[in-house]
Every structure is written in structure tokens, then in C-alpha cells.
Design a protein around this ligand. Structure first.
Ligand code: PLP
Length: 373
């Protein structure tokens, strides 16, 4: 299998697995919230993991709230974090886990604004300025750090500055950026940030919402008061340790990974462009400003999902939201101005830490062979 779908999920790093295994063994039993030595040992390991997560994003360990993943983190930020009587502003290219909160916010009577993006998928800070000027009262702004389909990196510092001028809180879904780009919440002035283990070579089933004062979302669950009451429930020690290790590795490797992976992405693009003259690149421009591992292309006239059935040993995503079973064109590509037909003719390559030049060459050769009339 040539695995070029790292934006959907990254393989577990062997060092992460190694760190998790001792905490999965019977002798590591112990509720990390229990008041005895076995519990304290687990609690210590979780504290260390929190410190690693916080260090990756320029936050404090006490600001980390573990969740089951970024979907839950986004829901906690939006459904729990829009101020009473306040509004919510998001971009049109947010992940479904953010956009999916909007109907409930509207139902609760919060005004919601969805910011358009330009042809590359970028949010214009002036658009946020206009939206916040129209929003009466306090507001929550949520704009992702980088897009998971087209790799466009948002101008977070400028957006956060606009939010701050209007006294709004700023949340960012940073799921896709943390493996290859530095991000400092304190320097950016972000109040909340979502991340996910399985996009960072960590385990599935864990993520975090980083919550900085004075932002304090209303919890979605009630119970034992764990995690400062923001997310009740016993913490899964092995998953927390895995996420912490993944965050430490990301900090150590992100520069080198970004350089190597972006070079492979350009190698793939060159070969596809040579073999398929009609091909177009979507999202981030060719100046290398996009997410290192993301290449989104349209090959006009093809039905990408259908054609990929002929390459079962190549894992690549398409511009159709097939996970819903509906085969709808991607809302992100439509927001960039693509037609539904071109969205269905689009492919997303997600390169990662383990991707090799040989894999990139083989993927390009097979695709060009398949799609050349
Ligand atoms: N946000 C973005 C940008 C994503 O790419 C994803 C996963 O595809 C999510 C959120 C959801 O993350 P999780 O699978 O941890 O719930």
C-alpha cells in the first residue's frame, strides 16, 4: 500500500507505541484520579503528557483539557464557548465538526456569520472585521490554522488581532498544522485551540482543547469534576501518554519533517503536471506557502472516486465527501469557487513523515498511467 492519506490519519510513530505499551499492561492498573500510589503514578504520567502538549502550542500544562479527539474539542469550544447572548464567526472552509455546531448555535438564538474565502481558501481579515462590526455583544471567532483539504494556512495572527480589537475570543482548529509548523498560542493571542492525536503520529481516540483565560467553555458532560470540571470522565492514561509523546516528537522533528515532506510534495506535483497537462492545483499557491504534506489537484473530466477504485493499493482522498455516503462535492472546494464537477474530479494527497521519494514516484506513475486517455 502506498499511503498518501496522512491528512486523514497518520500512522502511529513506533516511539509513541513504545511509550504507551507499559500503560496498557495489567500491572499499570490505576485510576489516575484515585488517591493511592497506583493512581498517583498514572496521574504523574498524565501531568507529564500535559506539559508536552502545552509546550507544542505555547500554552501552560494547566490549560490542557484532554478530549476524545478534535471533533469533541471543537464542539466543546463552539457549543460551550459562545458567550451568552453573543455571536459566532467561522470561515466557510472549517471542518465539518465546526460547521456542524452552527445549526445548534442558531437554534439557541446566537447570530452566526460564515466568512467567505478567496480562490486559495484564505480568510480575509477585513472580512472578519466587517462581520464583528455587525455582531452586537461578545463573540467567539473560530478559524482553522490550516485547511485539511487544500492545505491553505490562515493568517491567524492578523485574525486574532482583529478579534482582540473587538473583544472577541478566538479559537483555532490547529489539527493539521502542528506536525510541520510552529504555533504559539500566547504569542498569537489565541484563547482556545483544538488538536488531535491521530493527525500527529499519536493514537486515535484522543485530542485536546487548550483553554486560556478568560475563555472557559460550559462543559458538555457532568460527573466527577475531572479536568477542572470542563470535561468529566476518567482520563485514559495510555492515550494521554501517547499524545504527549507525539507532541514532543512533533516539536523535535517538525522543521526537518516540513522541509523533507514539502520537497516530496513538489516532486509529486512536478510529475503529475508533466504527465497530465490539464491538471490544476487547488488551494495554496506553488510558492510553498501551504501545508507541507498537502497537494490537492483537479484533473478535469474524471470521476476521482470512481477512478481510484482501479488503484486499490494507493490510499489517496478525493474531493467528494464519501464518508457521509452521499458523495457530495467537498464544501471546501466549492467555497474556493470550483464547480461540483471539478470537485468530484479532485484528489487530495497527504504526504507524511514516513513517505519516501520511491512512493511518490510510483504513485505519480500509476495515476498518470490510469488517467492518460
Ligand atoms: N479538524 C480538522 C481540520 C480535521 O482534519 C479533522 C479530521 O479529519 C478533525 C477536525 C476531526 O478530528 P478527530 O478525528 O480527532 O475528531
Amino acid at each position: 500500500m502506498i499511503y498518501l492519506d496522512h491528512l486523514a490519519s497518520t500512522p502511529l510513530d513506533p516511539l509513541v507505541l513504545e511509550a504507551m505499551l507499559p500503560w496498557m499492561r495489567p500491572e499499570a492498573a490505576g485510576n489516575p484520579h484515585a488517591a493511592h500510589a497506583a493512581g498517583w503514578r498514572a496521574a504523574d504520567a498524565i501531568e507529564q503528557a500535559k506539559a508536552e502538549v502545552a509546550a507544542l502550542v505555547g500554552a501552560q500544562p494547566g490549560e490542557v483539557v484532554f478530549t476524545s479527539g478534535a471533533t469533541e474539542a471543537n464542539a466543546l469550544a463552539l457549543l460551550g464557548g459562545v458567550p451568552p447572548g453573543g455571536g459566532c464567526v467561522v470561515s466557510a472552509v472549517e471542518h465539518a465538526s465546526v460547521l456542524g455546531c452552527l445549526p445548534e448555535l442558531r437554534r439557541r438564538g446566537h447570530p452566526v456569520a460564515v466568512l467567505a474565502v478567496d480562490g486559495t481558501g484564505r480568510v480575509d481579515p477585513a472580512g472578519l472585521e466587517r462581520a464583528l462590526a455587525k455582531t452586537a455583544g461578545p463573540a467567539l471567532v473560530s478559524v482553522m490554522a490550516a485547511n485539511n483539504e487544500v492545505g491553505t494556512v490562515q493568517p491567524l495572527a492578523e485574525l486574532a488581532a482583529v478579534a482582540a480589537r473587538h473583544g472577541a475570543h478566538m479559537h483555532s482548529d490547529a489539527v493539521q498544522t502542528l506536525g510541520t509548523r510552529a504555533l504559539d498560542m500566547a504569542a498569537l493571542g489565541l484563547h482556545a485551540l483544538s488538536l488531535s492525536g491521530h493527525k500527529l503520529y499519536g493514537p486515535m481516540g484522543i485530542g485536546a482543547l487548550i483553554v486560556r483565560q478568560p475563555f472557559r467553555p460550559v462543559p458538555a458532560s457532568a460527573g466527577g469534576g475531572q479536568q477542572r470540571g470542563m470535561r468529566a470522565g476518567t482520563l485514559p492514561t495510555p492515550l494521554c501518554v501517547g499524545l504527549g509523546t507525539a507532541c514532543r516528537l512533533a516539536r523535535e522533528r517538525r522543521e526537518e519533517d516540513a522541509r523533507r515532506i514539502a520537497a516530496l510534495r513538489e516532486r509529486l506535483w512536478r510529475q503529475l503536471r508533466e504527465g497530465l497537462p490539464d491538471i490544476r492545483r487547488n488551494g495554496a499557491a506553488e510558492d510553498g506557502d501551504g501545508l507541507a504534506g498537502c497537494l490537492n489537484v483537479t484533473v478535469p473530466g474524471i470521476d476521482a472516486a470512481d477512478r481510484l477504485l482501479d488503484l486499490p493499493d494507493l490510499a489517496v482522498a478525493t474531493g467528494s465527501a464519501c464518508h457521509s455516503g452521499a458523495g457530495e462535492p467537498s464544501h471546501v472546494l466549492l467555497a474556493l469557487g470550483l464547480s461540483p464537477a471539478d470537485a468530484h474530479a479532485s484528489l487530495r494527497f497527504g504526504l507524511g513523515r514516513g513517505t519516501t521519494a520511491a512512493e511518490v514516484d510510483a504513485a505519480a506513475e500509476r495515476l498518470v498511467g490510469l488517467l492518460t486517455p
